[in-house]
Design a protein around this ligand. Structure first.
Ligand code: ADP
Length: 555
């Protein structure tokens, strides 16, 4: 019987499954052959089985390092139910209980032993680790080792030393759902993985229709209400950035005749349980929630997830949006955003101390990491190429959509004069970009005027003031500062303020301007500022020309 025959037999015997999911077999095989490995898969894809199956086959104990103390008991209970001997040692137990579990494991009565990373410093555990045969060290949520990710946990940094202190080096298998290149490199480096087998899979969710809609803040509630009203027989989750927004939007939905409730961390446990139960049992159609909602929610028929605001990272977005369509049926994930969301996010990020346990340069490194995550999220909002591809590419997974050019709209409609029309370049056929046509408009004059205005006001004001000055606003604050006397005052009178703000933000992301990252962000010149005064300066902005599909995902 080969290793993999044995693995399949274990899969069937203990878990009742006939076959491995994508990515699992490769990881199991690598572990059984003695290799280190790194598995990158989204939540729910089945990472646990990748180390649990080898644990049932290998001689010795598998130590599982997991940050989630609260879940250890459940994990161990379900393994025991499946007939696999398992235990955990953590701070919820008395020293006697801990001693008992370690003694059992030392006698070989435990195939898997779950511990939190902090345990690796406990003398009693270290003593145990010196005496037993550790077949495999599985590191769950391995991104916690990286300061570039969202969930840095300093105790993870001790894992590398722990491994080296062992009399015989076990194979080490690391798992995470976070996949930025930087985090992945950190995992390999900090855990000192040796030539690890890498598997990145399971991120594609072909039944999800991804949709990005740029909307002014004040139009968002109406959009959500109208969508929910048009989909009265469907379950949906709407994620908002603040508790207050969840309340206001849930009330607005109810006024529109949609059954809705709201959910956030400020509610009492009873209220939260009630809201969750109502949603799960289909007593209310929509739950409007902060990101506190969703962990452990098992509702397969969520037909849409709307984000009322841009999340802080693609990981966060994908996890929340991914709660739609768990049953494999078509579902829609819509992200409503605008440029001021970006400014707010950047500001929040700056106010956030990063990580309470860190200070000085380390805290700055964490913040820089968060900024990078945010920038990829912004990229998702702004990209005109396939949204499925953008995400899969982000997660490092191979993309396998037919490379067909889908420009169904381009052939059958009038073109805006001078507009260069493009469709999404590749065709997943299941995202708003692949079903839209984009046009580019010339905003060179606007960009020049903005640049001049930033100069006129001495780089001392934020984008709100710049927009007001260019519009020739009569606001008291502006007049009292004498800004009506600067040469750019009124230079873009008649141009919509939203358009000017968009161009300011695009110039900032293209390096013509920078927006300082303080409490009151100022618009200043960026590294490419000088180019705007060149006679050859030409600047364009992309626009969604026409949506082929604005309401329902295709069947
Ligand atoms: P993750 O750790 O990646 O979040 P889990 O390991 O908790 O995911 O697995 C999610 C679910 O998928 C579990 O209910 C698990 O039993 C199930 N699962 C895992 N592998 C398979 C498989 N090969 N076939 C069917 N179901 C599977």
């Amino acid at each position: 019987m080969t290793d993999m025959d044995q693995a399949l037999a274990s899969l069937k015997q203990y878990f009742g499954y006939e076959s491995f999911r994508p990515g699992q077999a490769g990881l199991v095989e690598a572990i059984l052959s003695g290799r280190d490995c790194l598995g990158v898969m989204p939540t729910g894809a089945g990472k646990s089985i990748c180390y649990q199956i080898p644990a049932t086959i290998l001689d010795g104990v598998t130590i599982v390092i997991s940050p989630l103390v609260s879940l250890m008991r459940d994990q161990v209970d379900s393994l025991e139910d499946a007939g696999i001997r398992a235990g955990f040692v953590n701070s919820t137990q008395s020293p006697d209980e801990q001693g008992m579990v370690l003694a059992q494991a030392a006698r070989g009565e435990c195939k898997l032993l779950y511990v939190a990373p902090e345990r690796l410093n406990a003398p009693r555990f270290l003593d145990f680790a010196q005496r037993v045969n550790i077949a495999l060290l599985a590191v769950d949520e391995a991104h916690c080792v990286s300061q570039w990710g969202q969930d840095f946990r300093p105790a993870y940094l001790g894992i590398g030393d722990f491994i080296e202190s062992l009399p015989a080096r076990p194979r080490v298998a690391a798992f995470t759902a976070t996949a930025t290149e930087q985090v992945r490199r950190d995992i390999v480096k900090m855990l000192r993985l040796s030539d690890p087998y890498l598997a990145v899979t399971g991120f594609d969710r072909p039944n999800l229709f991804f949709d990005v809609v740029k909307l002014e803040t004040k139009a968002k509630n109406a959009w959500v209400c109208s969508y929910a009203k048009d989909h009265q027989d469907e379950s949906g989750i709407v994620y908002c950035a603040t508790r207050k927004e969840t309340e206001a939007l849930a009330q607005a939905l109810v006024r529109h005749g949609v059954t809705a409730t709201n959910y956030h961390g400020g509610l009492s446990p009873d209220q939260r349980d009630k809201a969750q139960a109502e949603f799960v049992n289909d007593e209310v159609q929509v739950v409007v929630a902060t990101n506190a909602f969703g962990m452990g929610i098992d509702k397969s028929n969520v037909r849409y997830v709307i984000h009322h605001n841009m999340p802080e990272s693609i990981e966060a977005y994908y996890q929340e949006a991914g709660r739609a369509g768990r049953d494999g049926e078509p579902a829609r994930c819509t992200l409503l955003w605008n440029e001021s969301d970006i400014v707010t996010r950047r500001r929040l990020l700056d106010l956030d101390s990063g990580n309470d346990r860190l200070s000085g340069p380390e805290a700055e490194a964490v913040r820089a990491g968060h900024r990078r995550l945010l920038n990829t999220m912004i990229g998702y909002c702004r990209t005109t190429s396939c949204l499925h591809e953008y995400m899969l590419h982000y997660f490092g997974e191979e993309v396998d959509h037919a490379a067909a050019d889908v420009s169904p709209a381009a052939a059958d409609g009038p073109q805006e004069a001078g507009a260069d029309q493009k469709s999404g370049q590749r065709g997943c056929g299941n995202c708003s970009n692949c079903l839209s046509t984009f046009s580019t408009i010339d905003v060179s004059d606007l960009a020049r005027a903005i640049s001049r205005c930033v100069h006129d006001v001495g780089q001392r004001f934020g984008s709100g003031k710049i927009v007001q000055v260019l519009a020739g606003s009569k606001s008291q604050d502006l007049l009292s500062r004498g800004l009506d006397r600067c040469p750019s005052y009124g230079a873009l009178e008649g141009v919509s303020p939203a358009r000017v703000r968009d161009v300011v933000n695009q110039m900032a992301s293209d390096g013509y301007l920078t927006i300082t990252e303080g409490r009151l962000p100022l618009v200043q010149f960026g590294p490419k500022a000088g180019l705007t005064v060149s006679p050859d300066f030409h600047y364009e902005m992309k626009q969604v020309q026409r949506k082929r599909l604005t309401v329902a995902p295709p069947d």
